[in-house]
Design a protein around this ligand. Structure first.
Ligand SMILES: [Zn+2]
Ligand SMILES: [Zn+2]
Length: 357
């Protein structure tokens, strides 16, 4: 085989297009994988649109962030090792692996401490480097691969983004006492995994919040003890009541103005608000609430390589409940984007590239 297929973005805000590319030969410690599963994340939709909504500050375009087109996106990637570079030997040919896509500069203090997600110069696979919406993907070093042999790649691939992101945020949120509650705002792929991983980490008092009753039903199945449809009137007091006035943590997987409004109003004194979603807009609150409510507002960006290994270890020991996976051929990527955009997806869409792509 001399060529491989990818579905690339050629122009911002246009559909993905099929392209044939010469198959790269891995050098040094690089590894070429044949993609067996690639998750579609909400941030892929932002990327396709070409910008993030910065509210009153306008827009941040991905071009300004250093993304160049044409590009193969997709940062939740699993595959089998097809070819090792001359210096790569950790994985056997044919072995199933998961890619850690949040590669940092490798030099800064954050990278040295394996906190790649705090690196200011990330070289993310599927944004700055070619990603997984393709039949093949070249990974720059074998150390960015995690063994998932024996696991279903489509099931576990969302952990590379949604899993690791919520794991990182939940570590920052810290522990809750047995009578304290946390709310998970947004029940998309990120929110569903947040519930599953929170349960695996020992959080029990979880309230799932969304505007879609179907997703809230699935959230219950995933382990949320209570649910709230935030379309209802009086969401703030309802959420406080559900938490017995002890809402001490909120994890916002949506990350828009409306969810922030709900969080900062509903939190009890000394509560913690963790934001990982990037729907965008402005974050407004009376400033005195920060001292008066002794509130912590904190952001968290993706996750770190040791955390991905920990998550896969927890999956292997049966601790993390599986989120629903909607498997599709890679050739249907534009339809999938449309469905995700319109809220028609419960759980995660995962592409399974094949020889026909
Ligand atoms: Zn993502
Ligand atoms: Zn760095």
């Amino acid at each position: 085989m001399t060529h491989y297929t990818s579905y690339d973005l050629i122009e911002w805000a246009k559909p993905f297009e099929k392209r044939k590319n010469p198959l790269p030969k891995p050098k040094g410690s690089e590894v070429l994988i044949r993609v067996t599963a690639a998750g579609l994340c909400h941030s892929d939709l932002h990327v396709q649109k070409g910008y993030m909504d910065l509210g009153n500050e306008g827009r941040l375009t991905f071009a300004e962030r250093g993304a160049e087109l044409p590009m193969t996106f997709g940062h939740e990637i699993a595959g089998v090792v097809e070819k090792n570079g001359p210096d790569a030997s950790a994985f056997k040919i044919g072995q199933q692996v998961l890619v850690f896509p949040w590669i940092g500069c490798g030099e800064c203090a954050a990278c040295q401490e394996e906190r790649e997600s705090d690196c200011a110069s990330m070289r993310i696979i599927g944004l700055k480097q070619k990603g997984g919406f393709a039949t093949h993907c070249l990974v720059e070093h074998e150390k960015f691969l995690v063994d998932i042999e024996g696991l279903d790649p489509a099931d576990v691939v969302p952990h590379a983004c949604s899993g690791i992101t919520v794991y990182n945020a939940l570590e920052k949120l810290g522990e809750l006492r047995t009578d304290e509650w946390m709310a998970i705002l947004g029940c998309g792929g990120l929110g569903m995994n947040a519930i599953a991983i929170a349960r695996a980490l020992g959080f029990e008092n979880i309230i799932a919040v969304d505007v879609d009753d179907t997703k809230l039903n699935t959230a219950r199945e995933m382990g949320a003890v209570k649910v709230l449809n935030s379309r209802d009137e009086g969401s703030v007091s309802k959420l406080q009541k559900l938490a017995n006035n002890k809402l001490m943590g909120v994890l916002d997987t949506f990350g828009g103005s409306a969810t922030a409004q709900l969080a900062v109003r509903a939190l009890a004194k000394s509560g913690r608000f963790l934001i990982v979603g990037q729907a965008g807009g402005d974050f407004n609150m009376p400033q005195v609430w920060l001292p008066q409510k002794a509130m912590t507002v904190r952001g968290s960006h993706v996750g770190n390589s040791p955390q991905l290994q920990k998550i896969i270890d927890m999956v292997r020991s049966g601790k993390i409940k599986q989120i629903p996976i909607d498997r599709r051929p890679l050739s249907e990527i534009n339809q999938a984007v449309h469905d995700l955009e319109n809220g028609k997806v419960t759980g995660r869409i995962v592409f399974q590239p094949s020889e026909n792509d």
